[in-house]
Design a protein around this ligand. Structure first.
Ligand code: SF4
Length: 326
């Protein structure tokens, strides 16, 4: 470990001021403290925001579901409104990490967590994300768990969050507060593709703080769920995953929302799959033809070619489960 200053704040104004002086926000600490122990991250000042009043799950007057950034993963998963309206969020949370971690980690921290690429955490390995311009050890190294969508020459690391895949599927937004006031950005614009600057992972401005994740109101109730495929049944990251939400009326799919995890450098929304489904009648053939579109544009690496077929099957299976023809 290395010396650093710890400061605990009790208001968002105090938090922003401390961050403007160079502090890093920490709440549950389940990502940052690990990275500090491994010296991958070395902040001079850590700003503890865990006492801020951002722990509520509310339904707005417009019918949006607003999940405070400091709501613990376990609490969000157990919330009656989340479970009733968006089982896909509860499923994704319950299939994440371990019970101990879910009791500590927050929703805001979960979407901000950094990649599990082993080379990123290995200080002796070349890694453009950790140290820009040094290269990418994963490209020529062991890349079985890496991304097949959204990759660049500079970085092929996956985004590790499960619930972020559900948020992407549901077209969530991120609510922020910073030195210039509050703003809301679509979740699709929050996490950045690696391109030539994989060290830039999100579109937060300096000292901005996530206050909530907001799920828009949908005109009709959605059936939804999350399927995660991994090497072991618990405490493991996704090889592939699928978040699906659907509304079927009079035998026709009216709304379809689909995203994939474990395969993209960011949670991977699948608009071509969604378009293929809307207006159609649920059938095994429809699930198969829709899922085939999930793998458009994939760029597998030396050790993860298997993810292409696995992604197709994961999406097809979850469409069948949520669409009700299993
Ligand atoms: Fe670093 Fe990204 Fe390459 Fe992993 S994939 S070694 S995080 S640059």
């Amino acid at each position: 470990m290395f010396p650093f200053t710890y400061t605990k704040v009790s208001s968002t104004r105090e938090a922003i001021t401390a961050a403007q002086r160079g502090g890093r926000y920490v709440a549950g600490g389940t990502t940052l403290v690990d990275l500090m122990r491994e010296t991958v991250e070395r902040p001079d000042t850590v700003v503890d925001i865990s006492a801020l009043p951002l722990r509520e799950i509310t339904t707005t007057s417009r019918g949006e579901l607003r999940i405070g950034a400091l709501v613990r993963m376990a609490d969000a998963a157990a919330d009656p409104t989340v479970r009733a309206r968006y089982p896909v969020i509860a499923d994704a949370l319950e299939l994440s990490a371990s019970a101990q971690l879910r009791n500590m980690a927050t929703i805001g921290g979960n979407v901000m967590q950094r990649t599990r690429c082993t080379y990123f955490r290995d200080m002796s390995a070349a890694c453009n994300k950790r140290q820009p311009g040094t290269g990418c050890a994963a490209r020529e190294g062991f890349n079985r768990s890496h991304a097949i969508l959204g990759v660049s020459e500079a970085c092929v690391a996956t985004h590790p969050s499960d619930v972020a895949v559900a948020f992407a599927a549901l077209d969530a937004s991120i609510d922020l507060i910073g030195p210039d006031g509050v703003r809301r950005i679509p979740f699709a614009e929050f996490l950045l593709l690696p391109g030539s600057t994989p060290n830039r992972e999100h579109s937060l401005r300096p000292a901005e703080l996530i206050t909530a994740v907001t799920i828009p109101a949908h005109p009709r109730p959605l059936r939804s769920g999350y399927l995660k495929v991994r090497d072991r049944q618990s405490y493991e990251f996704a090889l592939t995953s699928a978040a699906v939400a659907m509304h079927v009326q009079a035998g026709v799919i009216r709304i379809a929302k689909v995203a994939a995890g474990g395969v993209g450098t960011v949670p991977w929304k699948l608009p071509a799959v969604e378009r293929h489904l809307v207006g159609q009648r649920p059938s095994d053939r429809l699930w198969a033809t829709a899922a085939a579109k999930a793998v458009d544009g994939t760029q597998p690496l030396a050790h993860n070619e298997f993810k292409v077929e696995l992604l197709k099957r994961t999406v097809e299976r979850q469409l069948r489960i949520v669409g009700g023809t299993r």
